[in-house]
Design a protein around this ligand. Structure first.
Ligand code: 9MR
Length: 411
């Protein structure tokens, strides 16, 4: 299922490099080979004033007023109440020879920022098949349970990710030679077990992830469910999820659908057809993995708008903006400004669309980011440096949220 490639890890911040070997998931096959990662050896003191422990907050969407002095500078504080501002919770990924960090379990500053800055959290890998269902009859819920509990304690919503995907499936499933009936039963059991466990505690589920190819055709070869059970199984996945948690909003989620193109057109075509059959689809989510190598997708807002016009919720679910950074160098001011403008324009697009209610960044600090592990020569894709200090991109988001709050009202 995985291919092997090599990468270098700098033991100190963009200094020495050591070649090691890691595996890349199927869905990134062919995309990435030589990669480089920079990880700060030490965490510097934060410039922000924050409480020592992740607090239990008083209001459903914002920190309590009594902590206003410390908190009102954060993203969730300045965001409009009807817009969730989220992040992936790092952990559980494919960094086999560089054990993927799970900072949520040990990094207190990470946890404090996670609580203080965000009103929505997404398990980066901890609710994917491979992680949560490692053996046929074994579920592994501890990590996801902890994230959901943390979210509840900090008045955050959770985006579940994901139930129906071609990647990060366990070997027992992909190589199991199951009959069609068995596969169908396995999928139903998985969806109802996982969604049912967290019923009432998940705001949005990415039910189906990345089901289309770039040309708008269904992934009929690499998606085991579509290949073995036919496209009709997509509707069943949504139905089973809805049965297990009628309150959760159920989404399609994909990358490469930021603009109006063959892939996003395919979703625009599919979703109304499913809805006409009574299939409970609530939303369309755009991941937003961007690179400054390419222009900003200027039709993002128009694209979101046409899904909104169908009566769907929309969301940006995984945005990051990577840039070219040679080993031993730091991004230039111009690079940082370009990155900031991409984040800002994406957020502006979302806030301009009525039912775009959730904007999630795929990790908030370069200290824990999937990007340099997967993209050779690119990195620095998040809004905070390794030491949690804020980049121009952070302030661009903060300013945009502040403006959106006055525009959308309801503070
Ligand atoms: O960030 C995730 C990383 O830790 C994993 O190793 C990787 C493996 O596929 O998946 C990353 O998250 C992906 C997300 O689940 C779906 N959209 C693309 C994301 C980046 O690959």
């Amino acid at each position: 299922m995985f291919l092997t490639y090599s990468k270098g890890i700098s033991g100190n911040f963009r200094k020495s490099e050591t070649e090691v070997s890691v595996t890349a998931p199927q869905h990134l096959k062919g995309e990435l080979m030589q990669v480089r990662s920079s990880i700060a050896a030490t965490v510097l003191a934060s410039a922000m004033i924050l409480p020592m422990a992740a607090p239990a907050l008083a209001a459903p969407d914002q920190p309590s007023r009594s902590q206003a002095v410390e908190k009102k500078d954060t993203l969730r504080w300045v965001a409009p109440q009807d817009l969730k501002i989220g992040t992936a919770v790092a952990g559980g990924g494919h960094h086999e020879t560089q054990p993927y960090p799970a900072p949520f379990t040990f990094d207190q500053e990470y946890r404090q920022r996670l609580a203080a800055e965000f009103s929505s959290v997404s398990p980066e890998n901890q609710s994917k098949w491979e992680f949560v269902h490692p053996e046929h009859n074994t579920y592994r819920f501890a990590e996801m349970d902890a994230i959901v509990q943390f979210a509840q304690e900090n008045k955050q919503v959770v985006r579940g990710h994901t139930l129906f995907w071609h990647s990060q499936n366990p070997a027992w499933l992909e190589e199991g030679n199951f009959s069609k009936d068995e596969l169908r039963a396995i999928l139903k059991d998985h969806i109802q077990t996982v969604v049912g466990r967290y019923a009432g505690k998940i705001q949005q589920w990415d039910v189906a992830n990345e089901i289309f190819n770039e040309d708008g055709t269904l992934r009929t070869t690499d998606n085991i469910w579509i290949r073995e059970l036919g496209p009709e199984i997509i509707a069943d996945a949504f139905r089973w999820a809805h049965e297990a948690d009628p309150k959760a909003k159920l989404f399609f989620n994909d990358y490469g659908v930021e603009g109006i193109n063959a892939k996003s057109n395919a979703y625009l075509d599919l979703i109304p057809k499913l809805q006409a059959q009574g299939v409970p689809v609530d939303g369309f989510a755009i991941q937003g993995h961007l690179s400054t190598r390419y222009g900003f997708p200027g039709d993002l807002q128009a694209n979101l708008q046409r899904f909104d016009a169908l009566g769907l919720e929309t969301a940006i679910t995984e945005i990051d903006v990577r840039m070219d950074v040679a080993a031993g160098t730091t991004p230039t001011d111009a690079q940082l400004a370009t990155q900031a403008s991409y984040y800002q324009r994406a957020l502006e697009a979302c806030v301009s669309v009525e039912e775009c209610n959730s904007f999630t960044i795929w990790g908030f600090t370069d200290k824990y980011s999937w990007v340099p592990v997967f993209f050779s020569g690119e990195g620095e894709a998040t809004v905070m440096w390794n030491d949690f200090t804020r980049k121009p991109a952070y302030y661009a988001l903060q300013d945009t949220l502040e403006q959106a709050s006055s525009g959308r009202g309801n503070r």
